[in-house]
Design a protein around this ligand. Structure first.
Ligand SMILES: C[S@@+](CC[C@H](N)C(=O)[O-])C[C@H]1O[C@@H](n2cnc3c(N)ncnc32)[C@H](O)[C@@H]1O
Length: 209
């Protein structure tokens, strides 16, 4: 069997099939536990959810007062997120801009966001370039929050669902940012909530200058 290429047609096909068959399940997805734990007590401002997918994290951020720009290159995933936001009411939906864009070329204006979140996104190119591109969007004093599903479960050595994808790791993220301008608040692997799925690299950095 040939290896999947994690490009736009792959994700669009995956999201349109998943949403056709399991829209109710997707609609019930809780926001990411690492995000809730790390970002829950930040003062809300402008946030970017890069690779937002079905939008559970975008919705949670907007419901907590953030003005969110939610970017993904799957039109089906964005349409689902938008309709979920509308169902929650104008208070939430008016705080979200849904943007169809490819993160390989779409870039935030430098310093435009108080919070940039990028969860479980496969980097099509080099990870350090992706981390730096995300970091550019963060304002001084703002937060960069990245999570990557590691391809191997360290407890068993077994491949996880992220095998074959290039997601952010602790080493790659820490190496990508200049310590003169960034302070790492969290940079470690943490267990995932579903047993047998290995660990996540959880990365939270604050822009100093
Ligand atoms: C594994 S899903 C994660 C979705 C969401 N962040 C979450 O944690 O539930 C990866 C998402 O990234 C999006 N994605 C991957 N590469 C992308 C790119 N180059 N530009 C925009 N979106 C991308 C996919 O369409 C998909 O929705």
């Amino acid at each position: 069997m040939s290896k999947p290429i994690y490009d736009q047609p792959f994700w669009e096909r995956l999201w349109s099939n998943t949403l056709r068959e399991h829209a109710d399940k997707v609609a019930q997805r809780a926001p990411n536990a690492h995000l809730v734990g790390e970002v829950g007590n930040l003062h809300p401002g402008r946030a970017l959810d890069a690779g937002c997918g079905h939008g559970a994290d975008t919705l949670w951020l907007a419901a907590h007062g953030w003005h969110v720009t939610a970017v993904d290159f799957s039109a089906s995933a964005l349409a689902h997120g938008r309709s979920m936001a509308e169902a929650l009411g104008a208070d939430v939906s008016e705080r979200i801009a849904w943007v169809e864009g490819d993160l390989a070329t779409w870039a935030a204006m430098p310093g435009a966001f108080d919070l940039v979140v990028c969860l479980y996104v496969h980097a099509a190119g080099a990870v350090d370039e992706m981390v730096r591109r995300m970091a550019k969007g963060v304002a001084v004093g703002g937060t960069l929050f990245l999570v990557g599903h590691r391809p191997i479960d360290p407890a068993t050595g077994a491949a996880t669902a992220a095998a074959g994808q290039v997601q952010v790791s602790v080493e790659s993220a820490v190496a990508a940012l200049d310590p003169r301008h960034w302070e790492w608040v969290v940079a470690e692997e943490r267990p995932r909530s579903i047993a047998g799925t290995g660990v996540d690299a959880v990365l939270r950095a604050r822009r100093l200058s």
